[in-house]
Write a protein that binds this ligand. Structure first.
Ligand SMILES: [Zn+2]
Length: 67
């Protein structure tokens, strides 16, 4: 299902998964909003389970023979 751009009250906080508060949505508090902001600013806002070590494409050894 696609991400709903219209954030509705009751959607859990993406930081701590608590119910979001309308004042700080989609977060539950200003603290969580700050956490998210700092993640963006620090450039560490990465998606978990996304391998990011395929930078050396030129240095790669030949692929192993496939069966
Ligand atoms: Zn939170």
């Amino acid at each position: 299902m696609a991400e709903n751009t219209d954030i509705q009250p009751g959607k859990p906080c993406p930081i701590c998964a608590k119910p979001a508060v309308q004042q700080f949505r989609p977060f539950c508090s200003k603290r969580c909003a700050d956490v998210d902001l700092h993640r963006w600013l620090s450039g560490s806002y990465v998606i978990p389970a996304a391998p990011d070590e395929d930078e050396d494409d030129d240095q790669r050894p030949p692929p192993p023979e496939e069966r």
